[in-house]
Design a protein. Structure first.
Ligand code: 6GU
Length: 250
């Protein structure tokens, strides 16, 4: 898969994309990442990329010309791949969106800065807008790295275990079960006996129950959408009943 990233700060990507799983995916040719500095596509003497907003008010707006020149200069006009603007006004990024984007052979990620980009960029160049959550960042770069990471690790061959993405938190609509590694006792705190039992049926049932319990406690909004067996629904109903009984007794 090919990523073209358009940004005023290409250097901030390297510390992340040059290590670990993303670096390995790049070395193996599974992900190709091209960074483009929008400022390189300015034609004026001072390489100006922003200007004051029409209508007044504070802040600066990214000018349309350098962005169009950069994106069309690299990808052609019109670009044939999705051009995604990272903005707090975009559609919420979720694991489902990551899976959808991982189907594409080629994505362009456009990082906004300042108060935003000229609206004509959105209207006539951008094909999709994504937000990574309800908070405000100073620019789209961190969001682009989030999208890049979440999509790259879904590409076939990137993770050692081909089933790994299916087991992740959120993949099945539930949070993950707890994980433990050696030593079996650390500062007197033991690894649950079931995980050392070697009984794979029991381990799988324990993990599923832990996953349900965690989701019930921390993210009940996810449980509403999860696919549960009748037994699992009954288990949750018992937890609910117990919680209500405790509330009455308190
Ligand atoms: Cl994509 N950009 C910015 N600047 N802030 C954000 C965001 C994106 N997603 C959440 N907050």
């Amino acid at each position: 898969m090919r990523f073209d990233i358009f940004t005023l700060f290409p250097e901030v990507f390297h510390p992340y994309i040059d290590v670990s799983i993303i670096a390995r995916a790049r070395e193996r040719g599974l992900a190709e990442i091209y960074l483009h500095n929008i400022r390189d596509w300015t034609t004026d003497k001072h390489h100006v990329v922003d200007d004051e907003p029409y209508g007044g008010g504070g802040g600066m707006v990214m000018k349309p010309e350098p962005i169009f020149k950069a994106v069309e200069g690299v990808l052609g006009s019109p670009p044939t791949c999705p051009v995604i603007l990272l903005t707090p006004q975009g559609r919420p990024f979720t694991q489902a969106v990551a899976r959808e984007l991982a189907q594409q052979p080629h994505l362009a990620l456009l990082c906004g800065r300042y108060e935003g980009v000229d609206e004509r960029v959105r209207q006539h160049l951008v094909t999709d807008e994504i937000s990574i959550g309800d908070y405000v960042l100073t620019g789209g770069e961190l969001a682009a790295m989030v999208v890049l990471d979440a999509v790259t690790r879904l590409l076939p061959g990137v993770l050692g275990d081909p089933d790994a993405p299916a087991k992740d938190s959120h993949a099945a609509g539930l949070l993950e079960h707890p994980h433990y590694t050696r030593p079996p006792v650390f500062r007197g705190w033991e690894v649950p006996e079931v995980l050392r039992s070697g009984d794979h049926g029991r381990i799988a049932r324990w993990r599923r129950e832990q996953s349900l319990r965690r989701t019930w406690e921390r993210r009940p909004d996810l449980l509403a959408k999860a696919e549960l067996t009748p037994e699992e629904q009954e288990l949750i109903a018992r937890w609910e009943a117990e919680r209500q009984r405790e509330a009455r007794e308190a």
